[in-house]
Ligand binder design. Structure first.
Ligand SMILES: O=C(O)COP(=O)(O)O
Ligand SMILES: [Mg+2]
Length: 226
């Protein structure tokens, strides 16, 4: 982190940052393929696009883009499948529970800002006790705009009662960093989720990039004492 600022709260993206939802997203897309007589595709094929949610999965499964006329109908079918399987093989990334416990122990608040809609975010986070200690959970449809718009991040900061300049936003996609910077927050890009360490995150403009969960706390302590 290059800027000197006192960190009071850490906000996290959900998919690809706190949780690995790629297996269940892939299952929802493969269910659609199988229903059409096509074979399932391997998870490795879906994984790099998991950060783009339904759009990413439908792109891999059927080469679909939001410009296709039947995109919305197929996306709703995907959502219905995902709703049925979304807690089956989704897990929290290694090191996340310990990292959040340490953050809370240091008196920092934490929260979630995701582009997933509340329809999925709320049941998913309620199914994992980890999220009981989150001070705010803001979804893609909680405010009128989703990331890369800064509004959901500003809403989370409001709910935490922490000015945005004292918040750090951690995410695995360029839209996370764009939103964080627009909200006036310090930003950290992560590569351990769906992208892999070869990902070129430098052009996103994040204050820092981490390749594993354990790198976050030293970075924040550095930022806090800089
Ligand atoms: O489901 C999505 O579109 C992505 O969700 P995320 O913002 O938590 O990465
Ligand atoms: Mg993400």
């Amino acid at each position: 982190m290059t800027q000197s600022r006192q960190v009071q709260a850490v906000l996290f993206d959900l998919d690809g940052t706190l949780i690995d939802s790629a297996p269940d997203l892939a299952t929802a897309a493969n269910t659609m393929r199988v229903a059409r007589g096509l074979s399932s595709l391997p998870l490795a094929q879906y994984r790099p696009m998991a950060g783009a949610g339904a759009r990413g999965m439908l792109g891999i499964a059927f080469g679909l883009t939001p410009e296709n006329t039947d995109f919305n109908v197929l996306r709703e079918e995907f959502f219905c499948n995902y709703e049925r399987c979304m807690t089956q093989n989704t897990h929290i990334f290694e090191g996340v529970p310990e990292m959040l416990t340490t953050l809370s122990g240091q008196g920092l608040k934490w929260g979630v800002v995701t582009n997933k809609s509340e329809r999925f975010t709320l049941p998913l986070t309620r199914s994992m006790p980890l999220f009981d200690t989150a001070s705010a959970i803001v979804s893609g449809d909680t405010t009128p705009h989703a990331k890369p718009h800064p509004e959901p991040l500003l809403e989370a900061a409001r709910r935490l009662g922490v000015p945005p300049q004292y918040c750090v936003y951690v995410g695995d996609d360029e839209r996370d960093i764009v939103a964080g910077l627009a909200a006036g927050m310090a930003t950290v890009a992560v590569t351990y989720g769906y992208l892999g360490t070869q990902a070129d995150t430098t052009r996103w403009g994040a204050h820092a990039t981490i390749n594993c969960v354990n790198e976050l706390l030293p970075l924040l302590q550095l930022a806090a004492s800089a």
